[in-house]
Design a protein around this ligand. Sequence first.
Ligand code: SAT
Ligand code: MN
Length: 583
Amino acid sequence: MTRRPKSLEQWVEEVAAHTRPRNIHWCTGSDEEFDTLVAQALADDTLRPLDQERYPDCYLHLSDPSDVARVEHLTFVCTTDRDDAGPNNHWMAPDAGHAKVDALFAGAMQGRTMYVVPYCMGPIDSPYSRCGVEITDSRYVAINMKLMTRMGDAALRRIEADGSFVRGLHSTGDLDPERRFIMHFPEEMMIKSIGSGYGGNALLGKKCHALRIASYQARSEGWLAEHMLIVGVESPTGDTHYIACALPSACGKTNLAMLVPPASQPGWKIWTLGDDIAWLHLDDSGRLCAINPESGYFGVVPGTNEDSNPNAYRMIQHDTIFTNVARTDDGEPWWEGKAVGEPAFDWRGRRYDPNGGPAAHPNSRFTVAASNNPGYSELAEAPGGVPLTAIVFGGRRRELAPLVFEARDWRHGVLVGAGVASETTAAMIGEVGVVRRDPMAMKPFCGYNFADYWAHWLSFTERSDRLPRIFHVNWFRRDAEGRFLWPGFGENLRVLRWIIDRCEGKIGATETPIGYLPKPGDIDTEGLDIDAQTMESLTAVDIDGWSQEMASIGEYLESYGERLPAALRRERDRIAAQLAEAS
Ligand code: SAT
Ligand code: MN
């Protein structure tokens, strides 16, 4: 048996005394254990079988209908000083936060098995990886953690060697939204989550640890924990550039990370390192390197088909857990945009009614091990990560934001990231389609005051002169009739190529107050059904619109008060002045 650190055993005993589970299971992470957990989940209906011939080892989980997305209004960062959590987080004093959830955890696991899930975020042998232990009463969570993280004995051995780990306590409680809380105690490296079984609320290694707790820890240790995919773009001559891209939830990170070059782009290859989270460190030579702390994907299902994302479409035809999709009459999973088949049962398990809303929940998800992806990069397991050529920020915006532009330098890039705005999606409970500021796509995930976070980002210019270039993209521009102007998906490679050409110094650009924009003809549109006028509107800067945008960004930044870095304010003022001059 793998040795269990004393501090961990003590904590497990304390939690068991408080939550009173029927029994305790320490997860080893073996494949046999996984099979047993799945068999038990099938027996108690947590998982339902799908057609095992066409979807071997694929299962369906239907959640409680009230528990289908992250709950930002119930997510708290509990720091001693309220200003350390900042206006970007809901805050509670640590004592009050503990008291609130501890009362709900009392006896919460009665009659249930308590799973102790040791996990490692990042390759087991990477100096950049960090471990945690999630205690949960959800078998579904234990099963998902095996797919999403390096889970079990290997992680336990690393915890013993590291001497520290993040503690995550989770119970589905009674699933009552009134008694649902996702609490973070970054000063104690602790998470307590109760009342939800949904991904981002319950798989504590993901957003809770790898972003909220890790971002806090990264600040004091000099690195960055970011909501970014990591992708390798290999050119026909065999050079590979690594790019990290921050987009809000449900804005296409998995699609971009798994892009399959269309026939019009012969010789190009895309390698996936990660689809959601990147941890960034400066190496000894000053290059910013990225690892993916996760080892699986928890991706949005609707819209995935042979055309939009052929790699993902095939990847989820075996060894996949589906959550909240619909089913066909012959037991295949079904979702809007699948392009084949017909739904017979909806995501609530009821007979499908075409007038009763979508068959699959818009935030339905697949969970799958990263190694299932045919484009999985060999370097995804490299302990030192991959050096980044470019960092790309983006949002979902019908108007204003051009298809792509480049920041003038790192400091300007930090402003570009801080000013990101995006329409809300079904990945969180709340209204969909409302534009809100989502700096660096981290609004729901930064574990400390955004003002301090921007200062931390800015500090990297003092530590390296080899930082990646920074860009902004928007795949989601629409015309007056609501049609998308840019085809997106695989064709986004054309934009990545422009980004790489810029980084290699191969092409010029048009200098504007908001940054460098593509010159006409520099983005390859051959074979696309897109006219010069559309390209022009995709790559033009609306000076008046941007003047208003800069005013709004200014107001937003000022809401952070005294902690706002002066350099960021000066950068905004400089661009606002240039826009005023240009109008
Ligand atoms: O719910 S998750 O955080 O796991 C997915 C997402 O919203 O990005
Ligand atoms: Mn995400």
